[in-house]
Every structure is written in C-alpha cells, then in structure tokens.
Write a protein that binds this ligand. Sequence first.
Ligand code: ADP
Ligand code: MG
Length: 229
Amino acid sequence: MITLSDITKVYKNGPLEVEALSRINLQINEGEFVAIMGTSGSGKSTLMNIIGCLDIPTSGTYVLDGQEVQTLNEDELSKVRNRKIGFVFQSFNLLGRQTVLQNVTLPMMYAGMPRDHRQERALHLLEKVGLEGRVKHRPTELSGGQKQRVAIARALTMGAPILLADEPTGNLDSKSSHDIMALFKEIHQEGTTIVLVTHEPDIAEHADRILLFGDGKLLKDTRKGSVPS
Ligand SMILES: Nc1ncnc2c1ncn2[C@@H]1O[C@H](COP(=O)(O)OP(=O)(O)O)[C@@H](O)[C@H]1O
Ligand SMILES: [Mg+2]
C-alpha cells in the first residue's frame, strides 16, 4: 500500500542543508498498525509528511496504492490526500470558533457531500469516539483527550484507508493517552491502516510493528512476535 524506495529529503535554507531523511526503503502493507519511534529531529515528521503527501521527497520514489506520487499534479495530490489519508496531530489542529460538529463536518463540506449526509456521518463518528454529548461544544470547552477524539472523528470522515498520527498522545496525560490508543486499536481492527509517531515505548507497544529512526535513517524494523531485522 505504501512503498518508499530510496527516499531522501533535504531541507535547504539558504546555504544551510539538512538531510532529514537519507535513503529510506520501507513498505507498509494494507491493514498494518505501525509505530514510528526515534529521538527528536530524527526525521519522523518529515516521513509522515511525505507518506501523507503533504511534502515531496528530494529524491527516491513513493508509491501509494499503485500510484507514483511524484507524477501527480497539485489537484491529483489533494484528491489523494482527501480520499486516502486521515491526519491526526499532536496539537489537535481544531478550529476554535467552530463547534465539535462543525469541525467534523468541514472536510465533507469541502468534498461536496450533501448536508444531510455529512451531518449524519459526523454524528455517527462522534458517537463512535464517545463524544455524542459534546457536539455543540467548542474545542476550548473540551479536555485534551476529548479534543483528540474530535480530531480522530474528523480524520475518519472521508473513509480514508490510511490514518496518520504524529505524536497524537504528546499533549495528553497517561490515562487519556491509553484511551486514545484503545480507540486507534478499534479503528485498526475495523480495517484502517495506521501509522503513528510516538516517543513513548508503552504507546508504541500498542502497534504490531515498530520502526526506529535515528538521524534520518531507519535503524530498526521490528514486528511483534519476531526478531528485529
Ligand atoms: N521545514 C524545515 N526546514 C528546515 N529543516 C527542517 C524543516 N523541517 C524539519 N527540519 C529538520 O529536519 C530534521 C528532521 O525533522 P523532523 O522530521 O521534524 O524530526 P522529528 O519529527 O523526528 O522530530 C531536523 O533536523 C529538523 O531540524
Ligand atoms: Mg516530529
């Protein structure tokens, strides 16, 4: 489903160059639940942005669902993002002036889904994440864990087969973190491929496969119940 071949990403700021990723080779199959670990600055977010088609590599090829991402134009890319990828971020990225319900319906509005349908789907997803009692609230009236549930519901609206989460529990206490992980597990069991970045080993333990990054390189690729390769 996700195939990265020899992916390198160099950031250029004037004369300064940072190689954030160097020659990454990686395949993630449909239905996997993968955790990405590594110290700060090791390239985890850069990798997530490339997988999510938010950024393009400097060299190498990325094939997503049989499509070579480099060959797509802006329009095609945004379609791919919309249909195939759901994003969850550490800082939630909710719209503060909008209600919980509006935050969740927004991507469907952009996609031109009929009003009745998006309302119904948003309510269904908010119920799924346990927030049916908070649909009229604003994000500021919610706890961190609840905000992240809204973000997860929003990420699921388009029925994307891949859910990317960059340190989704980074701003949460340990109880909320584990509740959020239980939710990711449920979503995974329903068939969504999940790639999640975390610093915390006990969060990564929820995944079936752990990728360890260091200094822009993939250092270790461990599947649950197998020896590291
Ligand atoms: N937009 C950018 N411009 C320049 N350098 C960047 C940019 N984004 C990230 N970097 C650099 O790339 C490296 C990897 O960053 P990042 O992928 O954010 O790491 P992580 O998510 O593992 O903390 C770091 O050295 C960081 O400073
Ligand atoms: Mg990061």
